[in-house]
Write a protein that binds this ligand. Structure first.
Ligand code: ASP
Ligand code: MG
Length: 414
């Protein structure tokens, strides 16, 4: 008998009919002799609605109460799904995160899973019950209810799969898998049959919303056999695993994009050890997340300019805190450029194929797209470009790196 963990996202359980559909899918697996753990998200947009209600009361809800509030969303779904399973004649037990033994750090809003006391779930499974676990929640050592960060139900599922040594973990969602690019931006984007954990982690961190980054991290660390697939079709999804077979000429596996970035430059700082740390400590003190950093010091002066990119929604807070600390930071002025976007290419093949970044810059410049900033990792290159050019940039890169072609091959195979 194999243990299978299946996770269904908010759109998959958005109505009673959809919950009944999910129950049917679960029954199919049980009928094949498998032991099932099912992790669910809150119904539809209900987490957003809960956030909205809190915001009507206060701009600064207490983090503890926010977690108390948001965890109710998943609690609705687990009980309804358990009832739907009962209606199909199955034994099913719903469990909140803490009932399932999911222990987290003592942090509200984005706690990491530290340990799972898996005996409670195992016990129910061994008695023949389907176990339905509330995603996105756990309990801290001091008994507080915590949440794992938006989108965190994926992480609940993968962490349970790791603890149970499950045969596989299926993430069911409203798309058929992981795509070479966002199909809304690149109509020629196609579904990937496979992607490596590392590539998926880069894509998830770059904002490809299909998987929670910590879920990918946990899958990689524990070698969880992970698939992403659609609740509403029988189509094979995308398999996320250690190594993928690289097709000829396909070095890049995905193109990602992120809108709404702003570049801020702190100009005229004295070139001295500690200048960078002063600027970024100041920003960190206001919880401002910085992405790309460029330290432009010139050889023939003792002046340096520090440029960095941020989410546009953090601009006001950034300008504020820098202005407030102008004297201690010792800069001349600040300039900023709004309406920028980040386009990135991701592919494990980059490690062994030099010239990928050069090809990226070349194809963007052919389209007269100005590159404002660049950052790289072993398997990723990101360029900050004007937001107005973002769609064009993503489409051009998708073609440059032979991803348009992937679709044609798949069509031929289909
Ligand atoms: N319901 C939570 C959210 O909307 C967690 C999840 O769906 O993964 O972020
Ligand atoms: Mg999600």
């Amino acid at each position: 008998m194999s243990i299978i963990v299946q996770k269904f996202g908010g759109t998959s359980v958005g109505t009673i009919e959809k919950i009944q559909h999910v129950a049917q899918k679960v029954k199919k697996e049980v009928d094949q002799g498998n032991q099932l753990v099912v992790v669910v998200s809150a119904m539809g947009k209900s987490t957003d609605q809960l956030v909205d209600m809190a915001n009507q009361l206060t701009p600064n809800p207490a983090a503890r109460e926010m977690d108390m509030l948001l965890t109710t969303g998943e609690q609705v779904t687990i009980s309804l799904l358990a009832m739907a399973l009962h209606q199909l004649g199955l034994d099913a037990t719903s469990m909140t995160g803490w009932q399932a033994g999911i222990q987290t750090e003592s942090v509200h809003g984005s706690a990491r899973v530290q340990d799972i006391e898996i005996g409670k779930v195992q016990n129910k499974l061994s008695k023949g019950s389907v176990v339905v676990v509330a995603g996105f929640q756990g309990v801290s050592q001091d008994g507080q209810i915590t949440t794992l960060g938006r989108g965190g139900s994926d992480t609940t599922a993968v962490a349970l799969a790791a603890a149970l040594k499950a045969e596989r973990c299926d993430i069911f969602t409203d798309v058929t898998g992981v795509y070479t690019a966002d199909p809304r931006v690149v109509p020629k984007a196609s579904k990937l049959e496979q992607i490596s954990y590392d590539e998926m982690l880069e894509l998830a961190n770059l904002g490809a919303g299909v998987l929670h980054p910590r879920a990918v991290e946990c899958a990689k660390n524990n070698d969880v056999y992970l698939t992403v697939r659609s609740t509403f079709s029988e189509e094979e999804g995308t398999l996320v695993k250690e190594e993928v077979t690289v097709e000829d000429g396909i070095i890049v596996h995905g193109v990602a994009h992120d809108e709404e970035m702003t570049k801020v430059t702190v100009r005229g700082m004295k070139k001295e050890i500690g200048a960078l740390s002063r600027v970024f400590k100041t920003l960190a003190s206001k919880q401002i997340n910085v992405d790309i950093i460029i330290n432009q010091s010139m050889y023939d002066t003792d002046i340096t300019n520090i440029a960095f990119s941020i989410d546009s929604e953090d601009l006001e807070a950034t300008l504020h805190v820098l202005e407030d600390n102008k004297e201690s930071l010792g800069y001349e002025d600040i300039i900023y450029e709004e309406n920028l976007a980040k386009v990135s290419i991701v592919g494990a093949g980059m490690i062994s194929n030099p010239g990928v970044a050069a090809d990226m810059f070349d194809s963007l410049s052919r389209e007269e797209i100005e590159i404002k900033m660049v950052s790289t990792s072993e398997i990723k290159v990101s360029c900050v470009v004007p937001a107005a050019n973002m769609v064009k940039a993503v489409q051009v890169l998708h073609n440059t790196f032979n991803l348009d072609k992937v679709e044609e091959t798949e069509k031929v195979n289909a």
